[in-house]
Design a protein around this ligand. Structure first.
Ligand code: CA
Length: 708
């Protein structure tokens, strides 16, 4: 046999057997009062502990007092490292919050803005997973294989190079504990990313069940009665539970808390009482809403631009032809003039926007509870709280997961509604385009920064362009941590982010050469006020963002030298990112590279059909595509190595890498997971062997979201 494959150690198998977990917060609103009374007692006990038992805090205070007496400057960092909370919304538009011009009630976020900073030119990557990868590593997603480059794999299934740890791993060095509550969408398990606790809201298809979600990376068994469950509240419940536990057991340590809500991402699922609040708020339509928001933005002095024209012919980024039929005659997939819609369409669209608003309203209420907890435990003043969105509002329209029942109450569990391009345009006021595009509507987000002890400014705006890649260097600076030069024995490449700390004190342009974007063929670069941008397949457009963030006056034809300058920079950066991720070199037998090493990632991609008739698997060596095999019903194996382009070889042949599979004879492996099929993101342990050296390599596969 060319490919002898070792059986698993029983311990490994046990790791992947799934044990249900429950926690009191999975069914919120049940006897909350009793829970809160108990927790308050624990918090108080924790506060007492903070002063009785924490020698580190005591020494820090003592040294601070000495330095103060000596007349030496003492920064907040030296005195007491701040806590950091990053709250991320999902598909929230630039103008959705009250403090960015929106009419949705967001009093808690508005209060953070009033007592802190609002950045007006803060950017994300236009999509969920690249933003999250960039946010927690400080690199553009393409530099860490979390989005694709020309001829380089990467994206929602990409695996980070091992020199790209997540922020919590850096923070650990300074004694931080890290907590995660909400969406993940980063490669690897949450706790493996350095977090101490996690509630992973992996089920993004139904906001009314905990089923499919993970607690500390282990599946949760839903309680029998989930009638009071709503994911946004459960996310905050978990975050609050982490804070209470921190106060009770780790009060002397600082914490980093990452709270990526899945609101207001589709499906538009919200609590009926929240929807009722906005039921008739949007019947005047998307044009009226855009104008009202734009007017408020001008009054606030947030922007110096015109309002973009609605692009009537730009619809959802992906075609789901059957969705319109399922959704019925009320659905509209273009931002048509409101007056041209039927009465039924107007009501349907206004209802969808009401649900979107309700999801944000609820998220704000839950953020209010997190803030209240911070105040109870005395941590509010020295906690740096950020709020941002991972991409612009979404023009997508689709029906998936549990499907859409047109008879059910809109926003309930058995409905599947998406915002769509009409009200998405309004949520992205005053910008053009939506999530996935890299025009301003896709990549612009609010950024609120609130830190009473560290930011003296109140209710001030910051106009410096900035990006999610800046968060890691910012957090490391306020935490007083020097980023290491190497990780896992490999040098850490220079990261493109810049610390925002200088802009905390006053309006200041953060020095940088450029900001760069690429997503699904949409591309852009910003240098100073100039932005070069193109949708996939379209020619470059050039805008001066100083007065035209609405991207209305394309100067490309008039300023060809400026176009060339920016394009050249974009091309250079794109090439340098590709060079960083060199083509894969699968180890050869007898080659020293064939020595066993850990961390080989085998990943099943979304195209895999888990029907046991036809399986396609790609293997990655150090995160790079190394081989692919397909297995037919009769065990007709094929594999190919990545040698720049795909070449198919019959198996067996020497020097190929293969994977075991459960149902196909000699190479068989087994799903180490409950039931016949792995669930989304469930980790599957597979052994891999080299052909001649017969060495085995630990490996694992992750079933992607959306599959099987
Ligand atoms: Ca998103």
């Amino acid at each position: 046999m060319l490919f002898p494959l070792a059986a698993f150690a029983s311990g490994a198998a046990r790791n992947w057997s799934v044990v249900g977990k429950t926690s009191p917060w999975v069914n919120r609103r049940v006897d909350r009062k009793a829970v809160e009374e108990r927790d308050s007692a624990r918090v108080l006990a924790g506060k007492c502990r903070q002063y009785r038992y924490d020698p580190v805090a005591f020494v820090l205070r003592f040294l601070t007092a000495l330095l103060c007496l000596a007349g030496m400057p003492v920064s907040a960092v030296e005195a007491e490292r701040p806590n950091i909370i990053f709250i991320l919304a999902d598909d929230l538009g630039y103008s959705d919050l009250g403090c960015y011009g929106g009419e949705i009630e967001t009093p808690h976020l508005d209060s953070l803005a009033r007592n802190g900073l609002r950045f007006t030119q803060f950017y994300n990557t236009a999509r969920c997973w690249p933003t999250r990868g960039a946010l927690l590593t400080g690199y553009y997603a393409q530099q860490i294989r979390r989005d694709a480059l020309p001829n380089v794999n990467g994206g929602g299934q990409g695996v980070r190079p091992n020199w790209a740890p997540l922020l919590p791993d850096f923070l650990k060095a300074a004694g931080y504990r890290s907590y995660h509550s909400g969406k993940w969408h980063i490669d690897g398990d949450v706790l493996a990313g350095g977090f101490d606790r996690s509630f992973h809201t992996r089920n993004d298809g139904n906001f009314f069940t905990v089923k499919g979600n993970l607690l500390d990376d282990q599946p949760i068994t839903p309680p029998a009665d989930e009638s009071n469950y709503y994911v946004t509240t459960a996310t905050a419940d978990h975050a609050i539970e982490c804070l209470k536990d921190h106060a009770a057991h780790h009060a002397g340590k600082p914490f980093f808390q990452y709270i990526p809500f899945i609101a207001p991402h589709f499906p538009l699922h919200a609590l009926p009482e929240d929807i009722a609040k906005y039921r008739d708020a949007y019947v005047a339509g998307w044009e009226a809403m855009r104008e009202a928001r734009f007017r408020r933005q001008q009054e606030m002095g947030i922007l110096n631009t015109t309002l973009s024209a609605l692009e009537r012919d730009v619809g959802p980024p992906y075609a789901f032809p059957d969705a319109m039929e399922k959704l019925g005659p009320g659905e509209v997939n273009r931002p048509l003039p409101w007056t041209e819609l039927t009465e039924e369409q107007r009501r349907f669209q206004a209802t969808k926007m009401a649900i979107h608003a309700a999801m944000i309203d609820r998220m704000d209420q839950e953020i209010g509870r997190v803030i209240a907890q911070l105040k109870v435990m005395g941590a509010f003043d020295n906690t740096l709280i950020f709020f941002a969105s991972d991409n612009g509002a979404s023009a997508e329209i689709m029906v998936r997961h549990g499907g859409h029942d047109p008879r059910a109450a809109p926003g309930s569990a058995s409905t599947y509604l998406c915002l769509g391009p009409g009200f998405s345009s309004a949520c992205n006021t005053p910008f053009r385009r939506h999530k996935t595009w890299v025009h301003e509507g896709g990549i612009s987000t609010p950024l609120i920064a609130h830190w009473p002890r560290g930011i003296a400014a109140r209710n001030e705006l910051r106009h410096t362009p900035a990006h999610v890649i800046d968060i890691v260097p910012t957090v490391l600076e306020v935490a007083g941590i020097q980023k290491p030069d190497a990780w896992n024995g490999k040098p850490i490449p220079p990261a493109p982010g810049r610390s925002l700390v200088p802009a905390f004190a006053k309006e200041e342009q953060i020095a940088r050469d450029s900001l760069w974007w690429l997503h699904e063929g949409h591309r852009a670069i910003r240098m100073g006020d100039w932005k070069l941008v193109a949708a996939k397949g379209d020619p470059w457009e050039l805008y001066n963002l100083k007065t035209d963030r609405a991207e209305q006056h394309n100067l490309a034809a008039r300023m060809t030298d400026k176009v060339k300058e920016l394009e050249q920079n974009w091309q250079q950066q794109t090439a340098s990112f590709a060079n960083l991720l060199r083509p894969p070199q699968p180890p050869q037998s007898g080659d020293s590279a064939a020595e066993p090493r850990s961390g080989v990632i085998l990943r099943q991609r979304s195209k895999i059909i888990f029907d046991r008739q036809n399986t396609r698997t790609e293997t990655y060596w150090d995160g790079k595509l190394a081989s692919v095999f397909t297995a037919g019903k009769l065990g007709a194996w094929e594999a190919y190595q990545d040698v720049g382009r795909v070449v198919i070889h019959p198996i067996p042949e020497p020097n190929h890498w293969v994977i075991e599979h459960p149902d196909f004879g000699a190479f068989s492996a087994r799903w180490i997971a409950p039931g016949d099929r792995p669930q989304t993101n469930e980790v599957l342990r597979i052994q891999v062997g080299a052909t001649k050296s017969q060495q085995e390599h630990g490996a694992r596969a992750v079933v992607p979201e959306g599959g099987p």
